[in-house]
Write a protein that binds this ligand. Structure first.
Ligand SMILES: [Fe+2]
Length: 580
């Protein structure tokens, strides 16, 4: 038996994953366990939980694969530091603070109170973007594909273009700091008042409300080149090696100011968070998303020129831009995508582990990811204890009753917390830690926001659709099992799906095939029998916090918010006064 433990540590989205004989058996981000969003220090709890899920001890681990390699691209880092002497010290500081990762055994011994002599693993440091590429390629069913990874930055690289074949990833092109599409997105998001780490998705939802007012300015921000892209420095503050990010005392990501005074000269003062969103801010969001798409498709075009195949595997924070992903079949020569569900940096743990298993140890077993359910699950007794502890009234149902009663509740217009099976890997709730609602009720978006989610008014909610019905409802039939593509909704369905139909008549869909999640599939089908709609509204099970992981967190969220129903394991609870 071969055990590879993958890690993303001291970087946003700290996480762990365990691969046994080439097959992932467990993966989880630290934020789900310590409840600190995008936690960016060491994933102690995630490592412990992954090993427990796998039924293994630390001493069983043969290899630890870390999704970073501080020695990678060293000459480029030095070249940049010499050109920007004020950043040289920053580079040295960053290096010394992270040298703890150079030898993981003492760190493991300390964190897990074990004798270092019992740790027999070999350590492999995998360059950030190689780990991203591996995270997507080694879950695909393809023996040959183009590799496209893109983000703010990692190991001084912001985009990697590669040729993936068999067990080998051959890097064809790197784009280096400071030329970063991710940083461009972050800069404008920050300017319009969405400056927290991870806010980029909100601005993607805001974009279609704007107009094409600032195309000239955005065209001046980015120069497209044969090698990729260059940013025009006058819009940006110069970055250090950390690309304008730092980890604060709580382990959260702090985003430093990215925009220059020139942005203020052009557009006036930046928007303060939580103030009114003006036409300027909407138009900036529109221009940003348009420019993002232009650059994204340009880079994909460059990649296709190097690796002329139909298939592209994708990861990195920018690959979470589901709007661009939904358009790439028209805008690029690629005909099929495989995007890692943990496309952001949490996915590095799985990617590094895959890289070591496939490309370093050459274990020769290829795995195809059909679902993202790699997290913890809880047995009936555990769930029942929690319901009793919280003095909830509940009924126990068999599988068919659970599906029918839940479908009845959704069809009636009630909002259901749905907690089943293993938690999803990656940032999306995919029908195991989801809040579900009727997609055809005009008031449902408002109900969800006022009662549970408290999100910005402009952000759309997502549809989960039976896979066989996708092409009838959406304009593309390329599957989106991990909710990473936005497609136009066909005119005949727009009014029937009003709560998931965004202002530009699109939806960020999850296609649900029965072999991926039979219980969720059956629930959607039961809802269709009642309403004629083979779609449910699916949003993550949380209230401004990381998605719930444990039954206790689901029950707390149910009690704290105005969710109507909780369907947790085989138990159904309706919102009634709690037992004495
Ligand atoms: Fe990354």
């Amino acid at each position: 038996m071969s055990v590879v433990l993958g890690l993303n540590a001291y970087h946003a989205g700290a996480s762990a994953a365990v691969i046994v004989d080439g097959v992932p058996v467990a993966a989880i981000a630290e934020e789900r366990l310590n409840r600190i969003k995008y936690y960016a220090r060491f994933p102690t709890l995630a490592i412990d939980r992954c090993l427990k899920m796998a039924g293994l001890e630390l001493s069983d681990v043969d290899a630890v694969a870390l999704g970073r390699d501080s020695s990678a691209n060293r000459s480029k880092k030095l070249e940049y530091a010499v050109r920007n002497p004020t950043k040289l010290l920053n580079l040295v500081r960053t290096k010394s603070s992270r040298s703890v990762l150079d030898d993981l055994k003492p760190l493991f011994a300390r964190e897990f109170h074990v004798d270092p002599e019992r740790l027999r693993f070999t350590q492999h440091n995998v360059e950030h973007h190689l780990a991203h590429t591996a995270s997507a390629y080694f879950i695909s069913e393809w023996e040959k594909a183009a590799g496209f990874t893109i983000d703010g930055s990692g190991d001084f690289v912001t985009c990697m273009l590669s040729d993936c074949e068999g067990d080998t990833i051959t890097v064809r092109q790197r784009v280096y700091v400071p030329h970063s599409l991710g940083s461009l997105y972050t800069m404008v998001c920050q300017f319009i008042g969405y400056g927290k780490y991870g806010d980029e998705g909100k601005v993607m939802g805001l974009a279609p409300l704007g107009q094409d007012t600032y195309a000239d300015v955005f065209a001046d921000m980015v120069i497209l080149t044969d090698a990729g892209l260059e940013l025009n420095p006058k819009y940006f503050l110069p970055f250090g090696s950390s690309q304008g990010m730092a980890i604060d005392d709580r382990g959260e990501m702090a985003v430093h100011r990215h925009f220059s005074d020139y942005m203020v000269e052009l557009f006036g003062q930046p928007r303060e968070p939580h103030t009114e969103i003006t036409a300027r801010d909407q138009d900036l969001a529109f221009g940003l998303q348009s420019m993002f798409e232009s650059v994204y498709f340009h880079l994909l075009g460059v990649l296709h020129g190097m690796v002329p195949v139909d298939r592209v595997v994708m990861a990195g924070g920018c690959a979470l831009n589901s709007v661009a992903n939904g358009k790439l079949f028209d805008a690029t020569p690629f005909r099929a995508t495989c995007i890692q569900p943990g496309a952001g940096d949490e996915g590095l743990a799985l990617g590094a582990a895959f890289y070591v298993s496939n490309s370093v140890l050459c274990e020769g077993s290829r795995y195809v990811m059909h679902d993202a359910y790699l997290g913890p699950e809880f047995d009936e007794a555990h769930i029942q204890r929690e319901l009793d502890r919280q003095r909830l009234d509940y009924i126990r149902l068999d599988r068919e009753q659970l599906v029918d009663e839940t479908a009845d509740e959704i069809a009636k217009g009630n909002v259901v917390g749905w907690f089943q099976g293993r938690m999803e890997w990656g940032p999306r709730a995919l029908g195991n830690r989801s809040i579900l609602a009727h997609p055809g009720r005009p008031d449902m978006k408002e109900i969800l926001n006022s009662r549970v989610k408290h999100r910005e008014w402009f952000r759309p909610f997502a549809p989960s659709v039976l896979s066989e019905r996708q092409a009838e409802i959406f304009e593309y039939d390329h599957p989106s099992p991990f909710m990473l593509h936005v497609y136009k909704i066909r005119p005949a369905w727009r009014a029937r799906l009003v709560a998931v139909n965004h202002v530009d008549d699109t939806g960020r869909l999850q296609t649900v095939a029965r072999h991926e999640n039979a219980l969720y599939y059956d629930l959607i089908q039961a809802f269709e029998r009642r309403t004629g709609i083979p779609v449910v509204l699916n949003t993550s099970f949380n209230e401004n916090e990381p998605i719930v992981c444990e039954p206790s967190e689901a029950v707390d969220c149910f009690l704290r918010t105005k969710l109507d129903v909780l369907a947790i394991g085989p138990f159904l609870c309706r919102k009634t006064p709690r037992r004495p």
